[in-house]
Design a protein around this ligand. Sequence first.
Ligand SMILES: *Cc1c(COP(=O)(O)O)cnc(C)c1O
Length: 393
Amino acid sequence: MPKMDDEKRKQLRKRTQIVMAGRTPEDQFGFVNTPIYRGSTVLYPDYETLKHRSQRFTYGTKGTPTTQALENAWSEIAGAAGTVLAPSGLAAMTLALMTALKAGDHLLVTDSAYLPTRHFCNTVLARMGVETSYYDPSIGAGLKRLLKPNTTAVLVEAPGSQSFEMQDIPAIAEVAHAHGMCVIMDNTWATPLFFPPHERGVDLAVEAGTKYLGGHSDILLGLVSANPLWLKRLRATFDAFAICAGPEDCFLALRGLRTMELRLREAERQGLALANWLAERAEVKRVLHPALPGTPGHEIWKRDFLGASGLFSVILQPCSEKALAALLDGLELFGMGYSWGGFESLVIPFDCASYRTATTWNPGGPALRFQVGLEDMDDLIADLEAGFARMRE
Ligand SMILES: *Cc1c(COP(=O)(O)O)cnc(C)c1O
């Protein structure tokens, strides 16, 4: 098998890229996959090489063939100049924020951001002298009104964590770039396969690899990809912190990557099937799924996204807490737990009201977030049907 040149690789379609990306069998004695390299010390052949650190790998915290394989694969798929890895999605987000910000800066964060991201902004960043303002996720080009002379970064996340608001990211990026700001995105829901972040104006794109990249609920991993403008600063921040992803998790992420397109397509199909079924139920007031026609943000989704993953929410008709517990407690297929993106279905009740500051969350009934796995849809529906029956009793 001759080695394909880089230009030709870039022309490959996504499904082929996902199979090829980051693999170098010629460096692995012909084996298809890069194995797990464990290591701290890397030996140098001579004084000159040591003096100039002029070899590809210099120390365990800076990278190994395993981490490099994953970084290269992700950069190719995300259309990025480069990628760094972190031991969790949240760690990747903090790395992106620390890359873009310094003391005295002002940061704009969507009110729909992942709650632990808010926590980092309100505690660590505040302590470091960075001021955070939250904005309505639907703001679009209106972001302009919130800019101060020291606003240096904006964080977007679409769809919104738990509540699934869409954001006009190209419009936000245009305003931000005119002001010399960095656009950071939490792209975990769509992954670069369904939302190519850098093509749409994102400078630093964060992915919780814990979710769809891993795909089996058995790893913790984060990735930050950068466009050419931000890569050097991202890499320097990563080197300064040396928060490294575990080698085994990187290996499992590479394994997960090869089937990610297939799993995402199935998640989309299953997610839409369940969302459509739920939309018809009398117990359900509203379905929050950006790929469902008629949902707020659907037009933006259609314009900017290439697919939908299997995570969405519903608002139930008002009911007692006891009735809600009866629905959830007897479910035999939907596990109750955080995280998502694995092969198994999950459900979690949530309430954004206590922490939103730029918007009000008052959906008029209990809210549930569903992660749809790979089970047979008829079985999933039967599980929920029984749950709704318990709820009515
Ligand atoms: C889960 C998640 C994260 C954090 O990932 P961890 O690996 O669990 O730290 C960040 N953003 C979003 C949108 C997530 O769903």
